[in-house]
Design a protein around this ligand. Structure first.
Ligand SMILES: Nc1nc2c(c(=O)[nH]1)N[C@H]1C(S)=C(S)[C@@H](COP(=O)(O)O)O[C@H]1N2
Ligand SMILES: [Mo]
Length: 338
């Protein structure tokens, strides 16, 4: 997500999505059988390409992940082509570890997530604090395949492992003032270089925060993920626990959560604080409402193979989950409530 505002005429589609440039270039270079040279693109884009080329996947995907046993939820096993695990692990948005897509896998490598606790408090009768071990004992895990649609117009199909957020919230017994749910990422500038350096972290406010309306949080689709591809989350994907809200743009799916608070007022969310004109509170995937700087009508699906096989697909209302969630927004103007 670019932070600076530019007129849409000044920005080409590819410059909103540098990853497509370097993936494509890599594919072309591979096809030609030559090594990467940075001759074509200037400045930052070139640095991105060189970065990506110099990072051997096996090297950067230091595997600290543990196998998880989870039950397949048959309601969420669509017959889709999955995004390969290697791409889910190496193409990330996690500004605490750098703003480039290839930064988090490198910079989060030594991110220490043990011990980890998550607190649930606010407008509840039974606030509690859980270690990850306690969470694993209390809640059975399930496997669900969801589509992830980033506001930058790329998407992936990811097999998540996790629990229903609703189950965690119910355990805290929300009171009648609980209208929203606020989430907060760990604040640890020593471990998260983007939190101590504007240069690395893009200058957005930290800790990263997000929010949902209570009915959105209680929807069956809304998950707290602790893993993907049958293993615990890698640091770059938001270890050890992150939100997954598949009908909303990816920035709602906040990573490395330490706090969940039930509130009576709508909580702030990081991208809305940063640029309210471009990013709202709801952030429902909506092909009919363009981002001020690019179209949301279609997306590049990141699948198997190189960029030449990346397909441009039509973006679906609510990211394809309209049957499950459209009723949450009946009577709301979705052009105003972006
Ligand atoms: N704390 C935190 N959570 C975050 C982000 C971030 O920068 N910081 N980026 C968001 C965005 S824009 C997207 S698209 C998804 C990406 O998740 P992934 O890297 O696991 O695919 O994480 C979201 N959660
Ligand atoms: Mo995103």
């Amino acid at each position: 997500m670019l932070i600076r505002s530019k007129k849409s005429s000044e920005i080409s589609e590819s410059s909103t999505t540098p990853e497509s440039i370097y993936l494509q270039r890599r594919e072309i270079l591979k096809g030609l059988g030559i090594a990467a040279s940075g001759l074509i693109l200037p400045g930052a884009a070139q640095a991105g390409i060189l970065d990506y080329f110099s990072s051997k996947e096996e090297e950067v995907v230091a595997d600290r992940r543990r196998k998880l046993s989870a039950t397949l939820n048959p309601a969420y096993q669509p017959d889709w082509q999955l995004t390969p695990e290697s791409k889910v692990l190496t193409h990330n948005n996690f500004y605490e570890f750098g703003t480039g897509k290839a930064d988090p896998v490198k910079n989060a490598r030594n991110f220490n997530t043990e011990p980890w606790h998550i607190v649930i408090d606010g407008e509840v009768d039974k606030p509690f604090k859980l270690s990850m071990e306690e969470l694993f004992k209390l809640f059975p895990l399930e496997d669900r395949i969801y589509r992830l649609r980033c506001v930058e117009a790329w998407s992936m199909n990811i097999p998540w492992v996790g629990i229903r957020l609703a189950d965690l919230i119910k355990r805290a017994q929300p009171n009648s003032n609980a209208k929203y749910v606020a989430f907060e990422t760990l604040h640890d500038p020593k471990q998260m270089p983007g939190q101590s350096s504007r240069h690395i972290g893009g200058g957005i406010p930290y800790p990263y925060v997000e929010g949902l309306r209570i009915d959105e949080a209680m929807n069956d689709l809304t998950m707290l993920s602790v893993g993907l591809y049958g293993k615990t989350l890698a640091p770059q994907n938001g270890a050890p626990i992150r939100l997954v809200v598949p009908w909303k743009y990816g920035f709602k799916s906040i990573k490395s959560i330490v706090k969940i608070r039930l509130t009576s007022q709508q909580p702030p969310n990081t991208w809305n604080i940063t640029n309210a004109r471009e990013y709202g509170f709801y952030a429902n995937v909506n092909p009919e409402v363009d981002h001020p700087r690019w179209s949301q009508g279609s997306e590049r699906f990141i699948g198997e193979g190189g960029i030449l096989s990346v397909s441009r697909e039509k973006t679906k209302m609510f990211n394809g989950y309209a049957d499950e969630v459209a009723s949450l927004y009946s009577g709301m103007d979705l052009r105003k409530n972006i």
